[in-house]
Design a binder for this molecule. Structure first.
Ligand code: HEC
Length: 222
């Protein structure tokens, strides 16, 4: 077979000349012989190096030690960024006025979104489309009549713990920001989320006038 192939390969005019590079090895398997073309030395050493590199690499990154994987690093850095942002935000009070201010601060809503992603998505779905918990994108609410009720539901929970209380699990800043994010989800749905529950409530309050803008008291995270 190899012989036949090499014959066809050498049909060029100078094929009669013996090429020392095409010498055959001694072994013959079922009449099949192979050329004596050893792998280049650099290739062999690269292969050896890869073999030596792999076990320590696997041991270091995959032995279960916390804090070594890329995902762990990402989480640590996120937590640090959040801490930095909260230090810029200062201590806020969880009241209606503060919530309305943050509802119109896009850069802070993004921080609220990350709180939502890590604590609420399991029950309320991505972007609050609804799962076990109600759809947070529509105009219907079960426990909310006024925007301030979001803070109350977050702190105390609702429906005998079906919606857990977050007072002891999240900081006040986190509760305010995630509430603002939840409020911002209203009207963002495309109708494909969980069917509406509860009653339609009045629209959220308008943005506060510019002189009481949040940036006067708090610096923006960006
Ligand atoms: C264990 C599941 C679960 C988790 C986690 C959860 N929720 Fe809920 N949530 C519910 C359920 C269930 C309800 C509906 C309670 C009821 O029937 O009155 C609810 C209701 C609410 C409501 C009121 C909605 C309405 O129509 O009255 C808001 C706002 C809310 N959740 C926000 C959040 C936020 C923000 C988080 C994350 C910090 C969160 N939830 C985490 C299950 C959950």
């Amino acid at each position: 077979m190899i012989q036949a192939m090499s014959d066809s390969k050498h049909e060029s005019p100078d094929s009669n000349q013996d090429d020392p590079a095409d010498s055959l090895t001694d072994q013959s398997f079922d009449g099949i012989q192979q050329y004596d073309h050893p792998l280049p030395v650099w290739w062999i050493w690269l292969f050896v190096a890869v073999l030596l590199f792999a076990p320590p690499y696997v041991w270091y990154y995959h032995n279960g030690t916390q804090g070594r994987s890329l995902a762990d690093h990402h989480e640590q850095e996120l937590a640090e960024v959040l801490k930095l942002q909260f230090s810029q935000m200062g201590e806020v009070t969880a009241d209606r006025e503060t919530l309305v201010r943050f509802l119109y601060e896009d850069s802070w809503l993004r921080v609220g979104r990350s709180v939502f992603k890590s604590n609420c998505v399991a029950c309320h779905g991505r972007e609050g489309v609804g799962k076990v918990g109600p759809n947070l994108q529509d105009d219907h609410y079960k426990n909310i009549g006024d925007i301030a009720d979001i803070l109350r539901v977050l702190q105390q929970g609702a429906n005998a713990g079906a919606m857990p209380a977050w007072k002891s699990k999240l900081s006040t800043n986190e509760i305010v920001l995630v509430s603002a994010y939840v409020a911002s989800l209203r009207g963002s749905g495309d109708g494909s989320g969980k069917p509406a529950e509860g009653r339609v409530i009045a629209p959220w309050p308008q943005a506060p006038p510019p002189e009481t803008d949040v940036t006067d008291q708090q610096k923006s995270p960006e």
